[in-house]
Design a protein around this ligand. Structure first.
Ligand code: SAH
Ligand code: F3S
Length: 447
């Protein structure tokens, strides 16, 4: 049988990118489908959706409307909707778009092969958005490395229930993979040339992995073990929750040089009143205290964050408190969003009091400030030497290589493709808004 084509469009977070790669691996094995970037030639077409922010559902339905004509041309085409919108809407997707063949949640990726067979046999929408917990990870093929960096999902879901957030409802409660499973995946990736691992979880520092001896490993321990694995040169993790950012994890920044000097630590707001309404479980001062101790452990750490502007009842002084935290924490990057009520969340019952234009005004002010801080941070890097893991040729020229420094900034420098996968020392010569330029001064021997 000739091989078919699979097209996946991914929306949203890194967990979704990870899941999309797993969908491709699973269907390559079961149905000989090769991934394509062209939806017109697909035999199976999947949307891996996100519902974390506004109008996500609507975007999915309009995308589906656009894709529908492909079915007239190719009646054998299967269309599937996965991810968080699928999880939230379930059967409602089939009601509204009956030409959708599969609806699957973030936890049922491994059941795709069966669902594809059923959809082909039945000619009606097959829906599976259950939460079979860790089963997903036990049924995935070996990871396939693409280049020197890789994601490894260590936990799924979130049990924090921040009042604005839909994730606990779409991805379920926190569930961690056993430590040995995670370490085996890391080893398999390292054997294929991966040098940098990013541990993923919606709330990754809530990781509690069962160990063979019956004890439980936390993220700090996982980092310590991973640093000892042959081939692994750098470790990252995302996304963390400040309330569970333990002393051991802070200490890891002092103790484990392979832990990258970068942390994404969402703060969401700077006003204690708003933080309490969001049910974040910490104050602004407690957040800043963790930042202070992180900087003690790793003086050159780069920090980024997530911020929501215009949460219900947010006043000018609440917003000023957010601006203060941005300054005090010294973020060099932030993902910032206007608040939008998400159906089914507690905050959706509150009146959305901040007018849209006021939200946008605040967002603009905030983004300008963060941009200035980011630029100042980048300029201060000029003249320093950064360790860069070379990932690929730069977009502009094959004689230029691109890689990320420990602080997560992209660095471009003259070099050849033989350097890909190596950790090199680069002196930073120029700071640009989204990247750095530099000159290579030395490189390690091939690992
Ligand atoms: N811990 C998660 C956070 C998921 S949501 C992670 O792994 O990324 C990502 C970000 O979207 C949140 O940190 C928050 O800043 C933003 N967000 C979530 N719900 C939102 C809402 N209702 N309105 C606006 N922004 C929201
Ligand atoms: Fe969402 Fe809060 Fe969890 S932002 S993913 S409920 S930590």
């Amino acid at each position: 049988m000739p091989r078919g084509k699979l097209y996946i469009k991914t929306f949203g977070c890194q967990m979704n990118s990870y899941d999309s790669d797993k969908m491709a691996d699973v269907l390559a094995r079961s149905h000989q489908l090769d991934r394509t970037h062209n939806p017109d030639e697909a035999d199976v077409l999947l949307l891996n959706t996100c519902s974390v922010r506004e109008k996500a559902q609507e975007k999915v339905f309009s995308e589906l409307g656009r894709l529908r004509p492909l079915k007239d041309r190719n009646p054998g085409l299967l269309i599937g909707v996965g991810g968080c919108v699928a999880s939230q809407e379930g059967d409602a997707i089939a009601d509204r778009a009956p030409y959708v063949d599969l609806v699957f949640g973030p936890q049922t990726v491994h059941r795709l092969p069966e669902m594809v067979d059923q959809a082909r046999a039945k000619r009606r929408t097959v829906v599976d958005i259950s939460f079979p917990e860790i089963e997903k990870f036990d049924n995935l093929p070996e990871p396939r490395a693409e280049g020197p960096t890789a994601f490894v999902s260590v936990m799924e879901g979130c049990s924090k229930y921040c009042t604005f957030c839909v994730v606990p409802y779409t991805r379920g409660e926190e569930i961690s993979r056993p430590l040995d499973d995670v370490l085996t995946e890391v080893a398999q990736l390292a054997e294929q040339g991966v040098r940098e691992i990013t541990f993923l979880g919606q709330n990754v520092n809530a990781y509690r992995g069962a160990m063979a001896d019956g004890a439980t490993a936390d993220l700090a321990l996982l980092i310590h073990y991973t640093a000892e694995m042959p081939g692994i040169q750098r470790i990252r993790f995302t996304t963390s929750h400040p309330a569970e950012f333990t002393d051991d994890l802070i200490a890891a920044y002092a103790e484990v040089p392979k832990l990258a000097g970068y942390l994404h630590l969402p703060v969401q707001a700077g006003s204690d009143r708003i933080l309490a309404m969001m049910k974040r479980g910490h104050t602004a001062a407690e957040y800043l205290d963790k930042v202070r101790r992180l900087r003690e452990a790793r003086p050159d750490i780069a920090l980024s964050t997530d911020i929501i502007v215009g949460f219900p009842t947010e006043s000018d002084s609440d917003f000023a408190a957010t601006m203060n935290v941005i300054h005090e924490a010294g973020f060099d990057h932030a993902f910032s969003f206007n608040y939008s009520p998400r159906p089914g969340t507690p905050a959706a019952n509150l009146a959305d009091t901040v007018p849209a234009d006021e939200k946008s005004k605040r967002l603009q002010i905030l983004q300008n400030r963060v941009r200035q801080q980011g630029m100042a941070y980048a300029e201060a890097l000029v003249g320093t030497t950064q360790q860069v893991l070379v990932e690929r040729a730069s977009v502009k020229s094959p004689n230029q290589m691109a890689g990320r420094a420990g602080n997560n900034r992209w660095v471009n420098f003259d070099g050849d493709a033989a350097l890909i996968g190596r950790m090199v020392d680069v002196v930073i010569t120029e700071a640009l808004p989204n990247s750095l330029r530099g000159r290579m001064v030395s490189h390690s021997v091939a690992a």
